[in-house]
Design a protein around this ligand. Sequence first.
Ligand code: ZN
Length: 267
Amino acid sequence: MKTKMLANLVASIMLAGYAGFAVSASPHWSYDEESDWGAIEDTAQTAVPLNYPYAECGIGKHQSPVDLADVKIVDSKLNKLAARYGVDTPSFFNTGHAIQVNVSKNFTGGLKVGKELLPLVQLHFHEPSEHVFKGKKFPAELHFVHISKDGRIAVLGVAIDIGRENAAFQTILDNMPHNYGEANSTSGIKFNPAKLLPSGANTDNLKYLTLAGSLTTPPCSEGVQWYILTKSITISAAQLAQMKTFYSGNARSTQNLNERSILSNHH
Ligand SMILES: [Zn+2]
């Protein structure tokens, strides 16, 4: 059962990542009805629990995002985290819920957690931030989504503040289609996801907070390991305004921490 659920989860992420048309295979959802995601019915399914594909959004106990001000434990034995991204010719994908960059099939970069490299699949943006940092929401948040060969998911989250213009983010804005479900994969634009990491951060040994959580959009599947960088990046006010012409308010509210701990690899 557990393996099957994991397989379904990976399938839903891969479909959302690679084939725009497949998005419509799942029931429609919106941020306006966030509190009712768990109750959305898939009328094409008659068998329980398939008729409530987003049930975990409502009943899950390890949901994301959370307020990161809660209990933090410094653990010097946590895995070293290194972002090993490189230049790619990705596809720029308007998912219908966020602006997203899908890496190409032959991209070999990923997130190194200890000795294991989890391949990067896509990155996308939320406005405002989903996680709450030191009591406040940032203007936006970036999620790098990684999936291991056996289906485990790790998301690297980066808070986005207003400040200097961000050239890499501008490349995304300039190549993003405005129509929902549309992907721009023919531009051949070179793009390095590492350019979206905080300047001055040691990408071989990132400072982070970590906790167990979930996808922040339906189906809200759990089993996602979150790594949230303690350093933020910036985009300009004009870039935030341009981002909002695509999506605004595409951020889930914070969820109960329940029995979880938030661990940190530095003081
Ligand atoms: Zn996200």
